[in-house]
Design a protein around this ligand. Structure first.
Ligand code: FES
Length: 111
């Protein structure tokens, strides 16, 4: 059975913003895209940039280091042929944002 861990509260992440948090030892970014929350590994597979320090435009985050762009809903790199990132299931209970980091929705190609 999937186990969800508290990662943040809804008041911490307004629409169009994101935060980086560690959940069970996994550094993830949580994104609020028009009221829906998404979780993705927070380390860029290129050279380790912290994605939540980048720029979020709708569901696309741009790495602050060399501008690779990722879809936070799928973990896919916008640039064809580049590496994808693991994403994680999110659910909201009351004001708590819960994330399952044990079973990524897609494993991505990052460590
Ligand atoms: S480290 Fe992210 S694009 Fe280079």
């Amino acid at each position: 059975m999937a186990e969800y861990f508290k990662a943040a509260t809804t008041d911490q992440i307004q629409p169009g913003t994101c935060i980086g948090v560690k959940v069970e030892g996994v550094f993830i970014g949580i994104y609020n895209v028009e009221g829906e929350y998404y979780a993705m590994n927070n380390i860029c597979p290129h050279l380790g940039g912290v994605l939540t320090y980048g720029f979020l435009d709708k569901n696309c985050v741009t790495c602050p280091m060399h501008m690779w762009e990722f879809d936070v809903k799928t973990g896919e790199c916008v640039w064809p042929g580049e590496e994808s990132i693991p994403t994680y299931a999110v659910k909201v209970e009351g004001e708590d944002i819960l994330v399952n980091v044990d079973e990524p929705l897609n494993k991505g190609e990052t460590q």
